[in-house]
Design a protein around this ligand. Sequence first.
Ligand code: NAX
Ligand code: ADP
Ligand code: K
Length: 513
Amino acid sequence: MATYPAVLSAKTVREAEQLWALTHGGSTWPLMVSAATSFVHRYQAAFNIRQPILVVAGQGNNGGDGYYIAKLLQQAGKPVLVFAPFGLPKQGLDAAQAMHEYLAEGGKIYATQAELTQAFVGLQTLSYQFSPTAKITYPVVIDALLGSGLARPLSQAGIDIINFINSNAQQVYAVDVPSGLDADTGQPMPVCVKATATHSFIAYKPGLLTANGPANCGELSLDSLGVETDVVLATDDKASSAAPKTSRWQYDPSFTRLPCRFGNTHKSCHGNVSVIAGIGNMAGAAIIASRAALHAGAGRVYLQCDPSHFAASLAQSPEIMFADNIHSVLASKAVLVVGPGLGRSEHARRVMTSILDPMHCNRQGLGVLDADALRYLAKHQQTVANWVITPHEAEAADLLGISAAEVTANRLVAALALYEKYQAVVVLKGAGTIVAHQAGVNFCHAGTPAMATPGMGDCLAGMIAALIAQGLSAVDAAITAVNWHASVGYQLAQTQRVVLASDICQQLKLTPL
Ligand SMILES: NC(=O)C1=CN([C@@H]2O[C@H](COP(=O)(O)OP(=O)(O)OC[C@H]3O[C@@H](n4cnc5c(N)ncnc54)[C@H](O)[C@@H]3O)[C@@H](O)[C@H]2O)[C@@H](O)CC1
Ligand SMILES: Nc1ncnc2c1ncn2[C@@H]1O[C@H](COP(=O)(O)OP(=O)(O)O)[C@@H](O)[C@H]1O
Ligand SMILES: [K+]
């Protein structure tokens, strides 16, 4: 099976660096050289311009990467300007050596915006005519202000610098982490650089992959710099008591686990999905979940709903069948989707009691609890091992008995807490969906704000159930469906302003076998 890049907290990355140094002559300096070389190589096409390239460098080792990048560009004959608004690197850091090497190469450092503007204008006249009245726009900015060492909210001066980068750069290439973004939580502190692309080192950090990370990293890439991360994974286990002992945090952008179909097959080989809807006015949600299950390849899809919704459902997808009653559904082997369109009526309560009460139901999980099923769960607080639960942040807050703001502030901690409390496979939805499960955590960096539309979560629930029905484990189904859903949404958003759940359903069938 493919292995995917590790995701490590900022602290663990520092430990990995130190461990690497211990076995490589005691110094982390070669890592800085490798990081800068990798960065220049990665964006060589973007750096192949005649106009000046601006490097914004901080005082720490993120700034150090910036100085060494500036040295390499200077050596390659590119016009480079280094802006050091926080001051020069602290002595003793690799960053100080990188700065000295840049200066030795004839490089210049500017401390204020006024000096920088003057230098930029001076260099501009060499390549093209500069209009003194025009707003200054830097064609390429390398953001090396702050990396994984961001330790506190930015001061007003820091905020001003980040706003300056965001409003005066055509393209921004971020070193390791977009400056101002908390590498562990993905929260801006309180603002962060909006990068065209981010090249990260050693391991992805959670904050690049969730919350505001995906929207601010741009195109994300990684160079491990040859640093072994497996040896430090155990350390991250200690970061949260909720994390399982063998915890692995991974960035898994693939959906290669999609079930294959071979020639001699028939629909019974691809499993059944039953979507249990309510009797209220939200039947559309259950219809979307059913359609998604169908288009994601389930062999048969049943909808258990009020007969008044049959016509609407058939008009959408005549392939959908109807289940007579909840008892026949529970007696079947179908994978369940419970919650979308279930409502919170007495009928919904009875459905949930039947499903979750071992006295009434002998099935142990095998399906997805979403939407109203999660609201029920939040009230009744019981473990739901073997189920997949798919909360958005508000539902997660309800399930944990905390505020939505607390979930937003640290999505990873919330996902781990949900796993610990409910023992289910947890899909914490939203930008940078997190799947937390017995063996660790998987992050999805794909997706797009264009997917923030009604019914999108119902669609995901149907897809997860369809993949379980086709033989994937609950964990594999959740990870695969999340990435499939997000990447189809992203693809559609290249030509659409918003993406609807129905669009995703339509598009799923175009994925090759
Ligand atoms: N040689 C090495 O150790 C390597 C370091 N690497 C780079 O080093 C970075 C981490 O370096 P550091 O640990 O020095 O951290 P950073 O350079 O990210 O930041 C630390 C510095 O920023 C200051 N700071 C923290 N929060 C601030 C705030 N809100 N406002 C203003 N200043 C603030 C700190 O006082 C310190 O001076 C990584 O992101 C990566 O770019 C990589 O090149 C890999 C190798
Ligand atoms: N900004 C975003 N970036 C990436 N994915 C998003 C974004 N907004 C929403 N999504 C995805 O769309 C889906 C929305 O689900 P949900 O909020 O449950 O919608 P609904 O309740 O209407 O079905 C989730 O899978 C979520 O991850
Ligand atoms: K940075």
